[in-house]
Design a protein around this ligand. Sequence first.
Ligand SMILES: Cc1ncc(COP(=O)(O)O)c(C=O)c1O
Length: 447
Amino acid sequence: MSGSRHVFHRHTKADLPVAVRGEGLYVIDSTGKRYLDASGGAAVSCLGHGHPRVTEAIKRQLDELAYAHTSFFTTEVAETLADTIIAGAPSGIERVYFNSGGSEGIEAALKMARQYVIEAGEPERRHIIGRWQSYHGNTIGALAAGGNRWRREPFEPLLPKFEHISPCYSYRNRHSDETEAQYALRAANELEQAIQRLGPATVCAFIAETVVGATLGAVEPSPGYFKRIREICDRHGVLLILDEVMCGMGRTGTLHACEQEGIAPDLMVVAKGLGAGYQPIGALLVSGRIFDAVRDGSGFFQHGHTYMAHPSACAAALEVQRVIAEDDLLANVRRQGENLRRALQRTFGEHAHVGDIRGRGLFQAIELVADLDTQEPFNPDLALHAHVKREAMKRGLMCYPMGGTVDGRRGDHVLLAPPFIVDDAAIQTIAGTLREAVDAAITTNRN
Ligand SMILES: Cc1ncc(COP(=O)(O)O)c(C=O)c1O
């Protein structure tokens, strides 16, 4: 079907089913086939599909006002959403800069960090440090900040120079004679070394996903890692930017993943769960210190997009956040997160090709390996992750497998991020169907 039509799809040879309806945990295609959405698309649909309160709120907003450019007007809905976000924000965060998605939010964060150091009278601070294996988006700045090698490679000549340190990835990087705490310290101290190498007075910011999503598969930081990172940033006047586009807004069981690390960032980007896919929206959360510097300095953040703080997007996000709070859905994230972990342990704990089961809340993953003892990944030419996705879709399950887990080329994992409304029966179906899909993918590739 796609051959005779005109959308330029991500994969030009893919034969995609046509999605026509969404109902709770399910997406339904034009043949009537139902797909259990165990990944919220890409960790987006945290309220599931077709939530009547959210669609009503969007319609109401459209009837009142569809669009007003932000250089002319503010809107009540954007102001109320910002108030709501700030009421639950990490300490020190006082302002919200709206945009239309994750990459846009990251671009704004990078530019805001740079503008801040200029406003603060430290224009020599020009280096931004990221981490290998992280993903911050596909626009040029976000791609440069990110550390996923296969995504970066073709565009490398276009990318501005960012520094990268290792991720905090205990399953593969912790030495066998190290405790988690020792490893956390060693991993975080790479930031200190990078800052010293570049010259502390030249470093502007460090950017990291609090829990690494798409590229590593729900890898949480070892305990103490971010406390140490925060200390290092503070000591050198380096801004800490957290990317919670995927792991934030409740996905890990607290509104922000950094709450569980006991630290607060200077800048933080949220997106996917903010609008739950009902509208495209993201937000850059900004500390009072940074806002004050801009307000008391140039008074103008040299940035902006046509659709920022779009009223219907803000209306959707506001209603999503109200539903999450009123229905106490974060309690369900914690409860079903534990349930999901137990189901994965039961289903894959003894599996010959599952090396690690990890994650937090409703953000969990399994890492696939060819050999459990050596942690050797599968041959990347097999693209095992793509086979798992295909086998899962055949069985009516949406999950989010990805390759390149180990080093941007080798390694496969499967990420799960079901909607916050998921129940026990669905959790059992997710684990069971995923097992069938993984086994089918591995068997096919062995024969
Ligand atoms: C952690 C993280 N940052 C940024 C992005 C980019 O967001 P978007 O695709 O909305 O531009 C993503 C998308 O998957 C992400 O997972």
